[in-house]
Unconditional design. Structure first.
Lengths: 289, 272
């Protein structure tokens, strides 16, 4: 009896300890990254670091603006391609495709999530880089990065969008059809608007994955630290910049790489918070209905 | 029975802790019986692996762990005592901590283009102009009318630092150069782009790329060894103090006749 009481009293502390692990890890990452980055912020200065355009860390140039622009450029490029593609695929899976097609397509999309990013990078080098070289430049470019990222974020966008389209109450669709709308009008004017918050959340989560991707970006963007002026120019992303140089960095150079980490951390935190707001709003909207 | 159920929860972490402790103890004891840890330059890494394999074949009681990381990592780790030996692929400067250098080998740096490029020779000034971005078309150096894609290594790489010191001097490598983060990745990038030019450790040369002569001197091992090919850098094993014990044995093996034979076989230039 005593033992059962003991377990009952203490089990919650055990699960609490398990649950706090993830929080502790998050806090440890934040604190450690900040502490390592601090010397860079102090010695280089926040403005110079964020808005400087020269990155020559072994010669005192610590501007990461080109990498910020690079990250945003490949991510935006990927989003422009992935949003229509992903949404189209989600509509097909949720509304149009017969059961058998869906049974084939869904696992394919899910497998895409599990492919390691280095494999995406390899395919990028073998296929996309030479293809872009035909158009102009060396092939290692913003465009190559954006195309590889498109493939990587599609599954996220597709599966979350599909789920939220499916979660739209059935009576919405029935109501629209009863009013004389055809299938396409129902999808475009009723289902997608009703699933808007979920779709937005999927897009933003995909964006988070895109901006944090390092390996595939190192392999296909060319890693040149410059603000790209055309999609065919090489560029370097924030995450790629850390991964390329951390092996060789020491002293202030290393601190500067951690400062890039802090910038990336804040960016991803912001992106995920926005996604969470949208997801919650979506859930509330459906609760009300 | 009830008591037994309660204990099940506690057993799991206890067993885990016991396992971890066992591993830690085993890890510690193997250090005492002869493990040498080495890390640093990725140029030295393949050579060091072969040397370590040969050394441990005759000394099975010794375990040698070879890691990469780069010259900067090698210098930092050996200085703070993380490893016994650090590897460097460039000359040490006054900015580096004072360490004991053992010259392991020397390595040339070749200017490489894909085999399809008809160019076979460049002057040093042309190389500087190409990498600095003052020459941007192959026709300016006698080649086809095509743009030049400069491929380089990332900041902090020993090969880049050596190339900067030995070839570029005060001139800077153009900021929009494509950067690759290892010798292997750079070779792949150059071999697949008909317009590319890059620089590579002689030890990594193979038929997928073509090494250019500089000032008329072909980039070969023989020319690097006799001093006619100008771009040659030292490869060092670094220790915190004069090496002792098994670390001394290993370094002596590497710099001695048997080790130097392996150095030559691997395509590097012997220390002497």
């Amino acid at each position: 009896m005593l033992s059962r009481y003991f377990v009952d009293r203490n089990a919650k502390y055990l699960v609490l300890a398990c649950a706090s692990t993830s929080f502790i890890i998050l806090a440890a990452i934040a604190i450690f990254t900040l502490r390592e980055a601090l010397p860079a912020f102090q010695q280089v200065g926040f403005t110079h670091l964020i808005f400087g355009t020269t990155w020559r860390p072994t010669m005192g140039g610590f501007g990461i603006l080109p990498m910020i622009v690079g990250s945003i450029a490949v991510t935006l490029g990927a989003m422009i391609l992935a949003i229509p593609l992903g949404l189209g695929c989600a509509v097909l899976l949720a509304e149009v495709a017969p059961h058998r097609v869906r049974q084939l397509l869904r696992p394919a999309v899910e497998i895409l999530v599990g492919i390691p990013s280095v494999v995406y990078g390899l395919v990028g080098i073998l296929l996309i880089v030479p293809l872009i070289r035909q158009i102009g430049g060396s092939g290692f470019s913003v465009a190559a990065g954006a195309l590889v990222l498109t493939a990587m974020v599609l599954p996220t966008i597709i599966s979350i969008s599909e789920d939220s389209i499916r979660a739209v109450p059935r009576r919405y669709k029935e109501g629209a059809l009863a009013l004389g709308a055809n299938h396409w009008q129902t999808i475009w004017h009723v289902l997608i608007p009703a699933a808007r918050s979920g779709i937005t959340a999927g897009i933003i989560l995909g964006m988070g994955r895109a901006i944090g991707e390092a390996m595939a970006m190192i392999m296909v963007t060319g890693n040149a630290v410059q603000i790209p002026t055309s999609p065919l120019d090489p560029t370097r992303t924030l995450a790629g910049g850390i991964a390329v140089e951390i092996n060789y960095a020491s002293g202030l150079h290393q601190n500067a790489l951690f400062a890039i980490g802090v910038v990336l951390f804040i960016l991803i935190l912001a992106i995920n918070s926005i996604a969470m707001v949208f997801m919650r709003r979506g859930r509330q909207a459906q609760d009300v209905c | 029975m009830k008591i037994g159920e309660g204990w099940k929860w506690l057993m799991l972490p206890m067993v885990a802790a016991l396992l971890v402790a066992t591993f830690l103890l085993v890890g510690c004891s193997s250090n005492i019986t002869g493990t040498i840890n080495e890390n640093g330059s990725t140029t030295v890494q393949p050579l060091a692996e072969v040397l370590a394999g040969n050394f441990t074949a005759n000394h099975p009681e010794v375990r040698i762990v070879i890691q990469g990381g780069g010259t900067a990592v090698g210098i930092t780790s050996v200085n703070d005592g993380t490893v016994d030996i650090g590897a460097a692929s460039r000359e040490l400067t006054s900015a580096d901590p004072p360490l004991v250098k053992s010259l392991l080998a020397r390595d040339g740096i070749a200017i490489i283009v894909p085999p399809s490029n008809p160019i076979t020779n460049l002057t040093k000034d042309q190389v500087i102009a190409i990498f600095a971005g003052n020459i941007t078309n192959w026709s300016q150096v006698g080649g086809p009318n095509k743009g030049i894609d400069v491929v380089a290594r990332e900041e902090g790489s020993g090969t880049r630092t050596a190339f900067q010191d030995l070839v570029m001097g005060k001139a800077l490598i153009r900021a929009d150069a494509i950067l690759q983060s290892s010798n292997g990745a750079l070779k792949t990038a150059v071999s697949s782009d008909p317009q590319a030019v890059g620089f590579l450790s002689l030890g990594y040369l193979d038929s997928s790329v073509k090494a250019l002569a500089m000032n008329g001197v072909p980039a070969t091992e023989a020319n690097a060894k006799n001093g006619t090919y100008p771009v040659v850098r030292p490869l060092y094993f670094l220790t915190k103090a004069q090496p002792t014990g098994i670390v001394k044995d290993f370094i002596d093996f590497c710099t001695g006749p048997d080790g130097q034979k392996i150095v030559a076989e691997q395509g590097y230039i012997t220390a002497k």
